[in-house]
Design a protein around this ligand. Structure first.
Ligand SMILES: [Zn+2]
Ligand SMILES: [Zn+2]
Length: 351
């Protein structure tokens, strides 16, 4: 097995050889066909998340040891089953649900593994898909994807699922409502593709990058706004007839959260998805006085991924633009993502 690994936090990844693992118990060994590169991987690579005011949450404090294999948008073919594995056969092609919980806590018992008190996702805590093989703990985490091209299908495990789950949290929206999408990188752009499968609401996309605004228009956004412009909130209020019913922030920085929050109408809801980091301050009385909701959304559930893939297989969701690169080039893909502005859609590694 060849894996492209973090050997030192923030240093170039290295290709390393290991014996190909043999699945034990209920485990399933999957030969990786493709693995998407997510912005979260940039944070994992550097070993921390910025909490603002100089505070950091380190990846090491979550129990991750180096060398480590990232990659949580994994797709491939079942090549071996542990003695207790059931539900899939060798040769089956499956998308991997990576957001795996401990299986023992209250949230896991309620099928909310994403809210697990001690999660161990593939690619952020367990070894992931920047490799030619991956061990999946149980066949129930393998989702069918039909005839959808594998380089596209893999992106639904995080980018697509994150979008779908965030959209579900602001539904229902009426046809006359406006949904504001802040940030049109890989994930935000996917929101423009997925939203029409759930709502007829008008979609306005805000991004500071003209190339990404163009991509959002091409994907079907009704309007685009430069959120760095001084009158951006006014513009959104004008476009939406006084404020948007829902905003989803795929950046998650202090300025973008402020922009989204200020753009809401009374009764509006904002969902923060992006992990840019920092701290957000706002006058608390406006939360009750304007009857607003501010909440977060992190990836999504296995059930939501299954719902999403059913919509994808039914042809109801326009594809996200995907660029393919060899696994060996993972470091330069991460560098491109870190610089921002350059990557339109998703970059997918092929081992
Ligand atoms: Zn991700
Ligand atoms: Zn749990």
């Amino acid at each position: 097995m060849r894996s492209c690994q973090i050997v030192e936090w923030g240093e170039p990844l290295r290709m390393r050889e290991y014996p190909t693992p043999e699945p034990r118990g209920a485990e399933v060994l999957v030969k990786v066909a493709a693995c998407g590169v997510c912005h979260t991987d940039v944070h994992v690579w550097h070993g921390y998340f910025d909490l603002g005011d100089g505070e950091r949450a380190t990846i090491e404090s979550r129990g991750v040891e180096l060398p480590f294999t990232m990659g949580h948008e994994v797709i491939g073919e079942v090549v071996a089953l542990g003695p207790d594995a059931a539900g899939v056969s060798v040769g089956d092609k499956r998308l991997v649900f990576p957001w795996i919980g401990c299986g023992a806590c209250r949230a896991c018992a309620d099928d909310r593994e994403v809210d697990c008190v001690s999660p161990s996702p593939l690619g952020t805590r367990r070894h992931g898909g920047y490799s030619d093989h991956i061990v999946v703990p149980h066949a129930r985490y393998l989702v069918a994807y039909g005839d959808v091209p594998e380089t596209l299908a893999c992106t639904y495990a995080c980018s697509g699922l994150t979008v779908y789950s965030a959209l579900r949290k602001v539904m229902p929206l009426a046809d006359g409502d406006t949904l504001l999408v802040v940030g049109a990188g890989g994930v935000g752009l996917n929101a423009v593709n997925v939203a029409p499968a759930l709502t007829g609401a008008r979609i306005v996309v805000a991004d500071i990058d003209p190339g990404k605004r163009r991509a959002a228009l091409d994907a079907g956004a009704a309007h685009v706004v430069d959120n760095a412009a001084a009158d951006a909130v006014e513009e959104v209020k004008e476009l939406s007839g006084g404020g948007v019913r829902a905003a989803i922030d795929f950046v998650g920085g202090p300025e973008t959260v402020q922009f989204g929050f200020d753009s809401l109408c009374r009764g509006g809801a904002q969902v923060v998805v992006g992990l840019y980091g920092g701290r957000f301050r706002f006058p608390l009385p406006f939360l009750p006085l304007h009857n607003r909701t501010l909440r977060g959304s992190y990836v999504g559930s296995l059930e939501e991924l299954e719902e999403l893939m059913a919509l994808v297989m039914a042809g109801k969701i326009a594809p996200l633009p995907v660029t393919t690169r060899p696994l060996e080039e993972a470091t330069s893909v991460l560098e491109d993502l870190q610089r921002g502005g350059k990557v339109v859609g998703r970059t997918v590694l092929r081992p």
